[in-house]
Ligand binder design. Structure first.
Ligand code: HEC
Ligand SMILES: [Cu+2]
Length: 347
């Protein structure tokens, strides 16, 4: 991705080499930097202009030359000029910034998803195939990667300066950020929200790899169970399938295909079912009761960890119309394998 003339490349390389500036390692980075340099440029021009005028006027209109002050009545032309030019500059910054904001915060539809759980004081990444890593994140280059992030305790903020991304990681709510790495290598992860004693140690490393290497890494780090498979187990061991059997007469609605659909609620509103809604439906079921059903679903607040919730969400997301068959298979299988550890806690 190049928006950059030779001069630009030269400037960035030079700043980078003199340790003044992070590398540009994502597709967004040159765009973020372009706005940054533009702001820097108009600031320097403004500073020079104002500074020169102050010094120039101080010398030119000093007391020895002009002992008596003259009343100046103003100039419409001058005032209009110093109003319209800055206004235009600020509007350019606003529109440019807004366009960049949408580009940065709207992940492309073909992006792959990785979950990130932040807690005092570490980052945990969970890949869809069930690979877990701590203070590390492996990603392929040339592919948009979306991070769905949540905190287990206080506010954190996930930041990779080389990718020019940064987003708050909040307890109780999923937030997302995305990037597309351009160059294989390793890049620093920071927590950029002061989060307690060891905040400064809440760091890690993104390893951007060629797609082939990434596949190899996935294979080598597999735990044998994908997130959805873990979720399927939990779904059975926590008794969700007692009500969500998939049958029409069941006490709970069929969850197959519910992800991405619009649900009609008893209070008359309509909601889009996304990751955040699924998570909330499990923790606060009485807050949004699906039309046509009694509010009998118990809350699972405090009974399932963020990891467990991610597994359940991944499982429900993947449920297609063959849900019922899948479900019967799972029930028998995992009744024997019911974990003795609290739900969602992985060894
Ligand atoms: C006692 C029966 C019962 C149990 C147990 C139960 N649910 Fe529910 N669930 C319901 C009912 C009834 C609704 C619809 C009314 C509502 O929204 O509260 C529902 C709604 C939902 C929804 C919202 C989507 C929709 O189509 O309405 C999700 C997601 C969900 N349940 C997941 C789960 C999960 C995951 C578990 C286990 C951790 C679980 N449920 C356990 C009865 C149950
Ligand atoms: Cu933190």
């Amino acid at each position: 991705m190049h928006i950059s003339p030779v001069l630009w490349q030269f400037l960035v390389k030079w700043l980078n080499a003199s340790a003044l500036f992070p590398r540009e390692a994502s597709t967004i980075a040159p765009y973020a930097d372009a706005l940054y340099f533009f702001l820097l440029l108009i600031t320097v021009v403004g500073l020079t202009l104002v500074g020169t005028l102050i010094f120039g006027f101080a010398i030119r209109y000093r007391k020895e030359k002009h002992p008596v002050a003259i009343q100046v009545e103003g100039s419409t032309l001058l005032e209009a000029t110093w109003t319209i030019i800055p206004l235009a500059l600020f509007l350019i910054c606003f529109v440019w910034g807004a366009l960049l904001y949408f580009r940065i915060y709207n992940p492309p539809t073909n992006s792959m998803n990785i979950y990130v759980v932040g807690k005092q004081w570490m980052w945990k990444a969970e890949h869809e195939g069930g690979q877990h890593e701590i203070n590390a994140l492996h990603v392929p280059v040339g592919k948009p990667v979306q991070l769905t992030m949540i905190s287990q305790d206080v506010f954190h903020s996930f930041s990779v300066p080389d990718f020019r991304i940064k987003r708050e990681v909040i307890p109780g709510r999923y937030s997302t950020v995305w990037f597309q790495a351009t160059t294989p290598g390793s890049y620093h992860i920071f927590c950029t929200q002061y989060c307690g004693t060891n905040h400064s140690q809440m760091i890690g490393e993104v390893t951007a790899m060629t797609p082939d290497d990434y596949q190899k890494w996935l294979q080598a780090s597999t735990s044998g169970m994908s997130l959805a498979q873990n979720g399927e187990r939990l779904f059975a061991s926590m008794g969700c399938n007692a009500c969500h059997t998939g049958a029409a007469a069941a006490r709970g609605p069929n969850l197959a295909g519910v992800y991405g659909s619009k649900l009609q609620l008893t209070n008359g509103s309509e909601v889009l079912v996304n990751d955040a809604y699924l998570r909330d439906a499990i923790l606060n079921p009485s807050e949004h009761v699906t039309a046509g059903y009694a509010p009998i679903m118990p809350t699972y607040q405090g009974q399932v960890s963020e990891d467990g919730l991610i597994d359940l969400v991944e499982y429900i997301k993947g449920l297609q119309s063959n849900y019922r068959i899948q479900q019967t298979l799972v029930t028998t299988e995992s009744d024997q394998a019911a974990p003795t550890t609290p739900a969602g806690v992985k060894p």
